[in-house]
Ligand binder design. Structure first.
Ligand code: NDP
Length: 265
């Protein structure tokens, strides 16, 4: 079998640990693949770049998941329903799009027990795919975003939605930072005065940003709330993407074990 090249597209992308975990798993499992990163500033160029780099597959991160959705020839049912793609596989010259973020997130929070109500901070592509899968799994999901436009789709899907201005204080079992606040700058995803009482009455605080402690997680920890950063989500979405890249050649536990070692988790 000849080797295949894979890449992660994003902006920023330098921080991504996807090359590390996928390359580690390719090596450990003896799969002839190589995974690199590509800084893509213009999302509309995704499809051209994919073909000119002769990729076998790709992951797509901030802020191009909706572009990736439009770049595909075929979509699986879940990716179509949420309108965001984070994994593309090339088969017979066509691009097939999937979303492994949301099932990855669901698996990543499984260790937190007695969680019924979840407040997602942020209304971007990741929240869009994650909110319905959480609801299907039995969680009661509400969305808080700094601005109104992106909340419309959530309200139409029946979720309780708030901006900072319309938010009425109440308590939730789990608070999730699903914004990119804290990724580049040291900013909170919502005003500290709003976050503090929310965190104080919560049972868990989860961030999707990984590789650093964000101001959000630092605040939660200072209040004694159990926390988890985005590494476990990164791992779980990566396992599902690897499974698609390698055409289901390995069982998921084997992939997870290899990637966990790569990420030192
Ligand atoms: P999008 O660009 O689609 O959406 C960003 C969201 O964050 C919007 O709701 C935006 O609000 C909000 N936001 C951005 N900056 C701020 C800020 N400074 N303060 C408050 N709100 C802010 O991003 P994605 O949904 O694709 O990604 C969100 C995060 O999830 C990223 O950090 C990404 O790296 C991470 N992620 C991690 C994964 C993992 O494996 N650990 C997997 C997938 C994503 P507005 O609507 O007002 O613009």
């Amino acid at each position: 079998m000849s080797g295949k090249l894979f890449a992660i597209f994003g902006d920023p992308v330098a921080h991504s640990k996807s090359p590390l975990m996928h390359n580690f798993a390719f090596e450990a499992l003896g799969y002839p693949g190589c995974y690199t990163r590509y800084l893509l500033e213009e999302g509309a160029q995704l499809r051209d770049r994919f073909f000119s780099l002769q990729l076998g597959g790709a992951n797509i991160t901030v802020p191009h998941k909706e572009h990736a959705y439009r770049a595909c020839d075929e979509l699986d049912d879940f990716a179509r329903s949420v309108g965001a793609v984070n994994t593309i596989v090339r088969k017979a010259g066509k691009l097939y799009g999937y979303n492994t973020d949301a099932p990855g997130f669901l698996k990543a929070i499984a260790r937190f027990k007695e969680i019924r109500t979840v407040l997602l901070l942020g209304a971007g592509g990741t929240a869009l795919s994650t909110a319905p899968i959480l609801r299907d799994a039995g969680y009661e999901v509400s969305i808080l975003n700094r601005s109104a436009p992106r909340l419309k789709a959530f309200a139409e899907a029946g979720f309780a939605t708030f901006t900072f201005d319309t938010f009425e204080a109440q308590s939730y079992d789990m608070i999730v930072n699903m914004t990119s606040a804290g990724l580049k700058e040291e900013t909170f995803p919502a005003p500290e005065t709003l976050l503090k009482p929310l965190l104080k009455t919560s049972k868990a605080a989860v961030d999707v940003v990984y590789g650093k402690q964000t101001p959000f997680l630092r605040l939660a920890e200072s209040l004694g709330v159990p926390t988890q950063d985005g590494s476990e989500m990164l791992l779980q979405q990566g396992v599902l993407a690897f499974d698609l890249f390698s055409e289901q050649r390995f069982d998921l536990e084997t992939i997870e074990e290899a990637m966990r070692k790569g990420l030192r988790l």
